[in-house]
Design a protein around this ligand. Structure first.
Ligand SMILES: *Cc1c(COP(=O)(O)O)cnc(C)c1O
Length: 388
């Protein structure tokens, strides 16, 4: 092993002096919550994506909830999604009293399988939407998925928590379907601490989200018609939520967004180094299926080869920890989570690809401030464990 290094965590946010001074500026301005910095961040974001509307919220979970509400998901409706994701993707369906229909993933990209989606649509009625997840930052087959959605007149809301920036057939994720939701949680590709953004090209969806993210207060009506009304006046038109983003968070986001491509390039370099280094090992390295598209490389998920490996994934993780490297697993799939498993009677054999993959998956550190020395240390640790 190389000389002793500090522990390499699974993830570490990169925050520069410019983020710090922008937050200080916000604190000194006297305007802490939703205000000028959120407006600026939203304008920058819609420019960045190339979409008409960008709505800042306090988490991607909130954004997914708002997007489903805005497209009209109501009790009893069905929404198709993947088991190979974080629980937030599915819990928002339950928030609205709707029912998730879970499907399996493709074995190359680990993304939701369009074939499985079509099978559900052939056998179920009452399906209103699909929520694909762009796993690890590689776009799901969104061309095929939107095609299926048009055919069955249902909506698509993308969980793009990993996918900033990502493209699909050279189109930016966030500019394609009915609504797309990004996350700025502390370990995501850019961060605001906690935060999220919904993008859409649909004015009605945008208007509804604007109202519902702040208590159902009709701001547009407020702004348009209040010239002759006192400033304390507002109207509530629906039982909305408290999902607005604070200016303190947007202050961080404004600077993070400017660096989103340079962060992506750094992660792509790390991913390539890993994959080159692991070529001879008994592992399956993550596939970049459409090489011309931008892969956000939010996650580098190594699949241990179950045929030739004598080490289990769980032991591998322990050994990595012993060698000073933090790792993670994406994901323990939802069909193995007690709530989802019991409520919808989900079994491993219903999701053979996700079940197999999730037994063998381990996510390695891949963050833009990793030094060459740290990347080499991770590579050496993996080789030490797997080469025998
Ligand atoms: C992180 C994540 C979310 C939730 O994002 P928050 O901003 O923490 O609410 C949703 N879906 C996926 C796939 C995620 O990785």
């Amino acid at each position: 092993m190389p000389r002793k290094l500090d522990f390499i965590p699974y993830a570490r946010p990169v925050l520069d002096e410019e983020e710090v001074s922008e937050v200080v500026d916000t604190l000194r301005s006297g305007w802490l919550t939703t205000g000028p910095k959120v407006n600026k961040f939203e304008a920058m974001f819609s420019d960045f994506i190339g979409c008409k509307y960008a709505l800042a919220v306090n988490s991607a979970t909130a954004g997914l909830h708002l997007a489903l509400e805005a497209i009209g998901i109501s009790p009893g409706d069905k929404v198709i999604t993947t088991v190979h994701t974080f629980t937030a993707t599915a819990e928002v369906i339950r928030y609205l009293g709707a029912e998730p229909i879970f499907v399996d993933i493709e074995s190359d990209s680990y993304n939701i399988s369009p074939e499985c989606i079509e099978n559900v649509l052939l056998t179920h009625t009452g399906v209103k939407a699909i929520i694909p997840v762009h796993y690890a930052g590689q776009a799901a087959n969104i061309t095929k998925i939107t095609e299926i959605a048009h055919k069955y007149s249902i909506k698509v809301v993308e969980d793009a928590a990993h996918a900033l920036p990502s493209t699909s057939n050279n189109r930016m994720i966030g500019s394609i379907s009915d609504a797309t939701v990004f996350s700025f949680y502390a370990n995501k590709t850019i961060t605001t601490g906690e935060g999220g953004m919904v993008t859409t090209n649909n004015k009605e969806i945008s208007d509804r989200i604007k109202v519902m993210r702040l208590h159902g207060i009709n701001r547009d009506a407020f702004d348009r018609f209040t010239s002759n009304k006192p400033s304390w006046y507002y109207e509530v038109i629906a039982p909305g939520y408290k999902y607005n983003m604070m200016d303190m968070c947007a202050a961080i986001g404004i600077h993070q967004l400017r660096k989103a491509y340079s962060y992506q390039e750094k992660r792509a370099v790390i991913a390539k180094k890993y994959s080159d280094a692991f070529e001879m090992l008994p592992v399956i390295t993550p596939k970049h299926v459409a090489a011309n598209d931008i892969h956000a490389w939010h996650i580098y998920s190594l699949q241990l080869d179950d045929d030739s490996n004598t080490i289990s994934r769980d032991d591998f993780i322990k050994k990595m920890m012993g060698l000073g490297v933090g790792t993670s697993v994406h994901y323990i799939p939802l069909h193995r989570m007690p709530y989802w498993k019991k409520k919808y009677h989900l079994e491993d054999h219903n999701f053979p690809v996700s079940s197999k993959v999730s037994n063998q998956h381990v996510s390695l550190p891949i963050f833009p401030s990793m030094t060459d020395c740290e990347v080499d240390h991770v590579i050496t640790a993996v080789k030490n464990i797997l080469l025998r």
